[in-house]
Design a binder for this molecule. Structure first.
Ligand SMILES: [Zn+2]
Length: 392
């Protein structure tokens, strides 16, 4: 059936940023939905949209407890070619592989394309699966706006969906017996073509506000200063020091107030993104950074306030499914991922697994994102083997 990724290589290219900008319900993503519908139809699959903007392509009769695979077709602004579409095209190609060998699923079987997985247009990631599972209400989703002020409700309506009928969909959820999402790996966690996911890291964001005394950079003697930039800097270093054993701690944003070259800042806000495999370890890393930041603030006569802005527990994919897939695929490694996925949202509702395809550079959410065609082909074979195992 040819190289399906090459078929869509020209859709939604971003001339300014490079790579692709395929935003939910915008022209490029709508074109990809039409392309998917046509490809599914070519294979005799029956495509239906659910009421939350997700597309389902059924191989045979729709039914409960189905084997479901798929991913998303939208991208971040200036994203790569693989994040999302690789899972969708691999699902179509896995059906080709299974058909060619005469396989007929004994369970209902579907490919699903989730809407607005990246949150690239309306700001909330995994919106289609969050709506389906009730993790976000229809009302809250409908009022999300894109950078042009268009609401999700308006965009969905224009694309043929009724925002008033969106929200938790128990019927769709009951259809999903096992969900397997194939995805390009987004770090450098794989040194073989394919692996299975063990978990999604626990992750959160914290704001550290250091307050001292704003003053004149020339007239204030060093010993008279209470400069919040000092503890803020020591906190950045403490974050790096605390992130050991696979934990991640990042300061990517720091705002001094008022922010003048010849002004000792009166306060500094520092945002910490911290992630680790287990909840307890994530908390421990943040506690260690907080303790160091508190000591640093005291040393400089400053005060510190720490605010947790968001937190998500570790998602553990079904251990039995993970282990059986690793075995069926010939002993492939299991690895955690630092990125969020629809499979993570569904994990609380169905047996869920993920397959990762090697990313040799570890670059993702950027035009340079890459996976070799040999590894992508290995991904299709692994997905076909997985689906055959589950649907036999
Ligand atoms: Zn993705």
């Amino acid at each position: 059936m040819g190289d399906l990724l090459a078929d869509i290589a020209d859709v939604g290219r971003d001339a300014k940023r490079g790579g692709y900008s395929r935003h939910a319900f915008a022209p490029a993503e709508l074109e990809l939905r039409q392309w998917f519908t046509a490809e599914a139809a070519k294979r005799g699959l029956d495509v239906q949209a659910d009421r939350n903007g997700n597309l389902w392509a059924w191989w045979g009769k729709p039914g409960r407890n189905a084997v479901v695979t798929g991913s998303h077709l939208d991208s971040v602004p200036g994203g790569g070619a693989f994040d999302g579409p690789l899972g969708v095209v691999s699902a179509l190609q896995a059906v080709d592989v299974l058909r060619a060998k005469g396989f007929v699923p004994t369970r209902p079987f579907a490919i699903v394309v989730f809407a607005e997985e990246e949150g690239g247009r309306f700001g909330v990631a995994c919106l289609g699966s969050r709506l389906m599972t009730g993790a976000i209400s229809a009302q809250a989703a409908a009022s999300l706006t894109d950078p042009d002020g268009v609401t999700f409700g308006e965009a969905a309506h224009k694309a043929g969906f009724d925002p008033l009928r969106m929200g938790r969909d128990d019927r769709a959820l009951s259809m999903i017996g096992d969900f397997v999402e194939l995805h390009v790996e987004q770090g450098r966690g794989l040194d073989v073509p394919v692996g299975v996911a063990s978990s999604i890291l626990a992750h959160g964001r914290w704001r550290f506000s250091f307050t001292g005394e704003g003053n004149h950079a020339g007239a204030t003697l060093i010993e008279d200063r209470r400069d919040p930039m000092l503890p803020a800097s020591r906190m950045v270093l403490a974050a790096r020091k605390a992130a050991t054993g696979g934990a991640r701690a990042t300061v990517g944003r720091l705002i001094p107030n008022p922010g003048g070259t010849n002004v000792i800042a009166s306060s500094v806000d520092v945002w910490l993104d911290a992630r680790a495999e287990e909840d307890a370890r994530t908390r421990e890393v943040v506690a260690e950074i907080t303790a160091a930041a508190t000591r640093a603030a005291e040393d400089e006569g400053c005060s510190l306030k720490v605010t947790e802005e968001s937190y998500g527990d570790t998602v553990h994919f079904d251990a039995g499914l993970r282990d059986s897939l690793a075995e069926v695929l010939g002993g492939v490694p299991a690895l955690p991922t630092g990125a969020g996925h629809d499979a993570g949202i569904l994990a609380a509702h169905a047996r869920t697994a993920m397959l990762f395809v090697r990313n040799p550079t570890g670059v993702s959410h950027a035009p340079e994102e890459f996976a070799s065609s040999d590894d992508c082909a290995a991904g299709v074979v692994a997905l076909a083997t997985t689906l055959e195992h589950l649907a036999t």
